[in-house]
Design a protein around this ligand. Structure first.
Ligand code: ADP
Ligand code: ZN
Ligand code: ZN
Length: 743
């Protein structure tokens, strides 16, 4: 390569552009992406430090004007320069500024006094806090904000309140003096001692299939082959055991590993397995940790105190010296996509980080994302399969029940005849049942029978959600009121709360099975520290017969006494305007079915639906991923949706109702020629499906075409266009490349 793309010292503001430098022949072999170099900069040719973020063979500048790199400062790339190169890639791939990307990949140390951390919690009853918000919320916005958060999360690090919420220390002191909150102090996070003492155990002897996969991977690794692998294994097929074997092999070569797990599956069980396998060379990160705590964990990785980091998305940026392997479990999960700028996908970002670090990536899932399976089929990813459960355990038997037939037969209950009979049977046999409902559109709300309107947030385009303490709350902005006695629109007193899906199911279970011991898991019953974990452990100890819940109960838990899973209404996630909805429904049903029969007894699953012939449901019932994939990819190909096509959302947010849309309209016109030359289709702009959040209106348009490079070219053009506009224009524009949901 002849030229290097260089960003100058990251303390400068000039971050968002690269400068091209010539690579002198003497340095040609040693300059790589991530190298720290010395360059002559600006008119005076000031000697400055720079980072190489890209290499190329051609330049758009006149060759004689390009200066040469003076010197290379480090032979091998440092962690820092690798992260800077990654940030540069993320900025190009996902939009936003370089400084936003840097903040994502390199956590900044926050000054914490000594080694102490402070936490806030409520000092009064929930009801009293809610009352305070309702009465004083208008005048004391900051105080209400803090109390609102505490109602949701119970215990919050002080620095999160002052940092993320932007609430001042004097407001917090005020709340303390009024006796509304408590402030506690605690030492910094370390591995809980009962965990680090945990005895190390031998793992299982791998099955032949597990062994074959591990051997193949490690052989390639030994040969220096680095790439992305997809491990497709049904639930309970022993994927986690394979991950641990791969990690052992990689660590034995003096390398380190990152294991990404969706937060919701980051269970005590999983964590304990890793501790037993690797002792205190493992560290864990979770999203409840403050920035300071996370920084602490990153530091431990940097100085080599640990070899393995387990955590959600952000654990990807753990600064290991010799990163050798990145594992992404449940790779199909949408939580791997960031919802703040840069809107990166951990799967793609992991592949790029691995490329920069000479590491491999292993993606694992029972229901791979269409993207990953597509790439595996194309030979981009190496494909491994574990088609059977470990041991003699069989996949459960699945029955699909047509709810229309139930209605015809005069059954108006939530439970079809088959499900009801099977539940009774389990109660008699003292076995356990899980009832699963699809969450979408099923939060509790209040609506008026006279005018038909639901009570909405005045600041957002959504209905308010019912909470146990007699309040209604907005999930987007935190606006809270007491549940009104009369309709705010027409004044009628015929106003009633509609329970959440889970509440309704609970009521029906109690009516029809009065003898059953029932646990309901949803946002209302699991708030508070470990609330989630407590309920699950009650169920695991068989102190309850029936567990009712949403998504959060179907991921990764292992309850050996559950022999029946009932899906109350499988269709709830099927019909939305989002092209992902069939994929999400299939995933959820397969995952839910996977909860049954994990012990000695065989499992049964009943899927109740109004659309028994829909391919998501038919293929999920057969647990036939391939059949689902073939149908779904056909539809994606037909309509040019990812992974066959490529897509980018351009989201505009503004205070004025029409401002965002007008800006997008103007930009579309401006870009028309370039778009048609590249064969890019532009859809919209229109109002987003949640058209307003916190009094900010949201409009969206989509770009669609078959090549990601073309889409990124357009993104760059739009970024230049937006920068050229006067800054007085108060519209914020965000890009989302291959979004995981439709705006
Ligand atoms: P997955 O991650 O694919 O869901 P796990 O690795 O959790 O599968 O394995 C499922 C169950 O089988 C776990 O209880 C695990 O301890 C057990 N298991 C996994 N591999 C073996 C093996 N080779 N021999 C015996 N038991 C195993
Ligand atoms: Zn009304
Ligand atoms: Zn709101």
């Amino acid at each position: 390569m002849l030229y290097a793309d260089v960003i100058v010292d990251i303390s400068l503001e000039k971050l968002d552009r690269v400068f091209q430098y010539r690579i002198p022949p003497a340095l040609e072999k040693s300059v790589v992406v991530g190298s720290q170099i010395l360059i002559p900069f600006g008119k005076g040719n000031r000697r400055m430090r720079g980072y190489v973020v890209g290499l190329s063979n051609h330049t758009d500048y006149p060759v004689e004007k390009i200066k040469a790199i003076l010197q290379i400062l480090n032979r091998s790339t440092t962690i820092e320069s690798r992260m800077i190169a990654l940030a540069w890639w993320m900025r190009r791939q996902y939009g936003g500024t370089m400084s936003q990307a840097l903040k994502t990949v390199i956590p900044v140390k926050q000054k914490i006094k000594g080694k102490e951390k402070r936490y806030l919690s409520l000092a009064v009853e929930q009801g009293a806090a809610a009352a305070y918000i309702v009465q004083h919320g208008k005048r004391s916005k900051a105080k209400a904000k803090v109390l609102g958060e505490l109602l949701e999360k119970r215990r919050i690090p002080m620095e999160w309140i002052t940092g993320n919420l932007g609430v001042s220390a004097s407001v917090i002191n005020g709340l303390k003096e009024e006796g509304l909150i408590l402030i506690e102090t605690e030492g910094i996070y370390r591995i809980p001692s009962f965990l680090s003492k945990g005895e190390r155990g031998e793992g299982h002897q791998l099955s032949l299939q597990q062994r074959a996969i591990a051997d193949d991977f490690l052989k390639e690794y030994q040969q220096g082959i680095r790439r992305v692998y997809l491990l497709h294994g049904v639930t309970g097929s022993g994927k986690t055991e394979v991950y641990m074997e791969l990690i052992r092999g990689v660590i034995a070569k003096g390398k380190q590993a990152i294991v990404l797990i969706p937060e919701i599956a980051l269970t005590y069980q999983t964590v304990m397995r890793f501790y037993r396998g690797f002792g205190n060379r493992v560290s864990i990160m979770n999203s409840r940790m403050s920035q300071g705590e996370r920084y602490d964990q990153y530091e431990r990785a940097k100085i080599g105190e640990i070899d393995i980091m387990i955590g959600p998305r952000s654990a990807l940026f753990t600064p290991f010296q010799e990163l050798g392997l990145i594992i992404i479990d449940e790779e199909h999960e949408t939580t791997y996509k960031s919802d703040t700028i840069p809107k990166y996908h951990a799967r793609e970002t992991a592949a790029e980080l691995a490329r920069l670090s000479n590491a491999s990536v292993v993606l694992g899932s029972a229901t791979p994302s269409l993207e990953s399976f597509y790439l595996a089929k194309q030979g981009e990813y190496r494909y491994y399969e574990l088609p059977e459960r470990i041991g003699t355990r069989q996949l459960p038997h699945v029955e699909v029940v047509d709810l229309r037939e139930e209605l015809k037969a005069g059954n108006k209950s939530m439970f079809g005849r088959s499900l009801k009979e099977k539940m009774e049977q389990r109660l008699r046999r003292r076995q356990q049942t899980i009832l699963f409902i699809n969450r979408r559109g099923y939060a509790g709300f209040v609506s008026c029978r006279a005018c038909g309107k639901a009570v909405e947030c005045p600041h957002c385009d959504v209905t308010l959600t019912v909470h146990n303490n007699g309040t209604l709350r907005c999930h987007y902005c935190g606006y809270t009121i007491f549940t009104p006695k009369t309709c705010p629109v027409c004044g009628s007193s015929y106003i009633a709360a509609f329970g959440t899906g889970t509440q309704k199911v609970e009521e029906a279970v109690k009516r029809e099975f009065p003898q059953a011991r029932v646990i309901r898991m949803d946002a209302d019953t699991t708030s508070g520290k470990d609330g989630h974990q407590k309920l699950l452990s009650v169920f695991a100890k068989q102190e309850a017969d029936i567990l009712i819940g949403t998504q959060m109960i179907v991921k990764g838990h292992d309850f050996p006494h559950v022999t029946l899973v009932g899906v109350i209404a499988a269709d709830l996630s099927l019909f939305s305007n989002d092209y992902h909805s069939s994929e999400r429904t299939f995933e959820l049903l397969v995952q839910a079915a996977g909860r049954a029969g994990r012990g000695e007894e065989a499992g049964e699953v009943v899927i109740q639906t109004y659309n028994p012939e829909h391919y998501s449901i038919v293929t999920a019932a057969k647990q036939d991923y391939l059949a689902f994939y073939e149908q779904e990819i056909l539809y994606r190909r037909l309509l040019g949706y990812p992974p066959v096509g490529q897509m980018m959302a351009v989201l505009a947010m503004a205070k004025g109702e029409k401002d965002g849309e007008q800006l997008l309209e103007k930009m579309k016109e401006e870009m028309q020629e370039a778009c048609s030359m590249l064969g890019i289709m532009v859809i919209g702009p229109t109002l987003a499906s949640v058209g307003k959040i916190q009094d900010i209106y949201r409009s969206v348009m989509y770009l669609k075409n078959s090549r990601i490079a073309d889409i990124l070219t357009m993104k760059e053009k739009m970024e230049v266009y937006l920068n050229s506009l006067e800054s007085s224009l108060e519209v914020q524009v965000q890009f989302d490349v291959n979004p995981v949901h439709i705006y």
